[in-house]
Design a protein around this ligand. Sequence first.
Ligand SMILES: Nc1ncnc2c1ncn2[C@@H]1O[C@H](COP(=O)(O)OP(=O)(O)OP(=O)(O)O)[C@@H](O)[C@H]1O
Ligand SMILES: [Mg+2]
Length: 240
Amino acid sequence: MVDADTGAQLAVKDVSVFYGNFCAINHIDISVGAGEIVSIIGANGAGKSTLLKAIIGQADRVEGTISFAGDDIVGRSTKEIVASGIMLVPEGRRLFPSLTVEENLRLGWDVGRKGKGDIGFADIWKQFPVLDERRKQKAGLLSGGQQQMVALGRALLANPQLLLCDEISLGLAPLVVNELYALIPRIKARGIGILIVEQDIERSLAVADRFYCLLEGKVSLSGRPSEVSRDDVIKNYFGI
Ligand SMILES: Nc1ncnc2c1ncn2[C@@H]1O[C@H](COP(=O)(O)OP(=O)(O)OP(=O)(O)O)[C@@H](O)[C@H]1O
Ligand SMILES: [Mg+2]
C-alpha cells in the first residue's frame, strides 16, 4: 500500500512538530518510496531528530499527516508504528549496556513487524562476525563501532519496511563508518526504504537517491544529489 496522493510508502504531509510553544518542524513535506534511500541533512538544531521522532511516535505534539503504507500514523503509539513496519536506529544508539549483545538484538526481533520479513539472527551473525564472537558479552563493553552494529542489527531484526537512521556515523572512526555505510545499499536491495539523518553532507549525499536539507525546521532544498551544486547545498544548509 502506498500514499494515495504521493504514491510513496512514507509521506510526511504538511507536518509541524512542537515542544511546548516552540515549533521545531514547520509545515514540511517529505516522502520516501519503497526501497528508496532518502537523506535528511541539516545543521545542529535544524529539526532532523525531531522529524524522526515524529515518524516513530515519540514527539509530543504533531500536526499534519504522516502516511505509512496508506495509513495515517499520527497519534499511534511507537509500539504500533514499529509493529506496522518502521524501525528507528536512534541517535546515541540507546543500547542496554548490562544486557548481552544477543539480548539487545532480541529486543528488535521481539518488537518487530507482524508477520516478519526474512531477516533472522543468522543474517546478523553473518553480516557482523564480530558480534557473533561476542554475543554473550555485555553490550556496554563493546567499542563504539561494535555498539552501532548492535543498534543497526537490532533494528534490522525487527524486519522493517522502512528504516530510520539517526547519525549512525557520529563519533566513529572513518573505517568503521565506511563499513556501516556499505550496508545501506544492501539493505535497500532487500526492498527496505531508508531515511538517513546525517550531519556529514558528503557521506549522506553519496549514498542517497534523494535528499532534503532542513534549515530551522523547514525544507530549504531537496532533490537528487546529482542535480544540485555544492554551493547550493552549503547555502541552504547554513542559511547564508
Ligand atoms: N525535548 C526538547 N524540548 C525542547 N526543545 C527541544 C527538545 N528537543 C529538541 N528541541 C529543540 O528543537 C530543535 C530541533 O532539535 P533536533 O534535536 O530535532 O535537531 P537536530 O537537527 O537533530 O540537531 P543535531 O544535529 O544537533 O542532532 C532545536 O532547536 C532543539 O533545541
Ligand atoms: Mg539530532
